[in-house]
Design a protein around this ligand. Structure first.
Ligand code: NAP
Length: 252
């Protein structure tokens, strides 16, 4: 798919990787619907993308809420007249060990911690994909859906919730690629390793240092490198049902 003039929704487009994707795709001529929870950050992202000469609109929407997603996708389709692409990028971290034992006291990972991450990182991806795919079929336009998974989908200590959600996203990518190919819709994923964003900036410095030392390329990835991969997945018409790993060689 050529990016020029295509209408693409990016969830979590207000900051971090989503913002980098937005600026990259805008520079390539895509028309963007940026979805996020924070109006101020959305406005900044919209201004940055418009400076690249692109048509960009902001949509406040919690991807974990079915009614909000249905409404947002309908509004995007009406505002732009089509939807050709979706990047399921919005995501959160609520890390914690399943059990912590100190002086014989056991503290447990709460159901709320588990559920919040599943709601945003997995249910949000399901809801956005379902609504966007339905709109593409309804309007008979071909499309591409890109899901942001993670290296943690293989299982990362302290991330029961996040690993489960990202593994679910990777599996669903394969399912949806197979189910939606007949409608001209490709579904692919990117599994970033550790990338320089606010999400990783919130990690403890010692943990970050240890992590970087274990990466064969000895540095974290850059948001622009993820954005570059997302653009590649849009443009390569033979790529579907697979997860592109972008982790500096970290995964063994
Ligand atoms: P980030 O800087 O925290 O940005 C995520 C964005 O998503 C934020 O703007 C956030 O808004 C928004 N968001 C959160 N919950 C939402 C919801 N329910 N509905 C709509 N928007 C919501 O994170 P990032 O590092 O750019 O990560 C982007 C994606 O890449 C995530 O899926 C993450 O799991 C994945 N990833 C990141 C890394 C990395 O190293 N950074 C590695 C692997 C995978 P608020 O800030 O207002 O909550």
């Amino acid at each position: 798919m050529q990016l020029q003039d295509k209408v693409i929704i990016i969830t979590g487009g207000g900051q971090g990787l989503g913002r980098a994707m937005a600026e990259h795709l805008a520079a390539r001529g895509a028309r963007l619907a940026l979805v996020d929870l924070n109006q101020e950050r959305l406005d900044e992202a919209v201004a940055a993308c418009m400076a690249a000469g692109s048509e960009v609109r902001a949509y406040l929407c919690n991807v974990a809420q079915e009614d909000q997603v249905v409404d947002m996708v309908t509004r995007v389709a009406d505002d732009f007249g089509a939807i050709h692409g979706l990047v399921n990028n919005a995501g959160i971290l609520r890390d914690g060990l399943l059990l912590k034992v100190r002086d014989g006291e056991i503290s447990k990972l709460s159901l709320a911690q588990w559920q919040s991450v599943i709601d945003v990182n997995l249910t949000g991806v399901f809801l956005c994909t379902r609504e966007v795919a339905a709109k593409m079929v309804e309007r008979k336009n071909e499309g591409v859906i890109v899901n942001i998974s993670s290296i943690s989908r293989a299982g990362n200590i302290g991330q029961t919730n996040y690993s489960a959600a990202k593994a679910g996203v990777a599996a669903a990518t394969v399912v949806w690629a197979r189910e939606l190919a007949r409608y001209g819709i490709r579904v692919a994923g990117v599994a970033p390793g550790f990338i320089e964003t606010e999400m990783t900036a919130s990690m403890k410095p010692e943990a970050l240092e240890k992590m970087t030392a274990g990466i064969p390329l000895k540095r974290m990835g850059r948001p622009q490198e993820i954005a570059h991969s997302v653009a590649y997945l849009f443009e390569n018409d033979y790529y579907t049902g697979r997860i592109l790993e972008l982790d500096g060689g970290l995964r063994v």
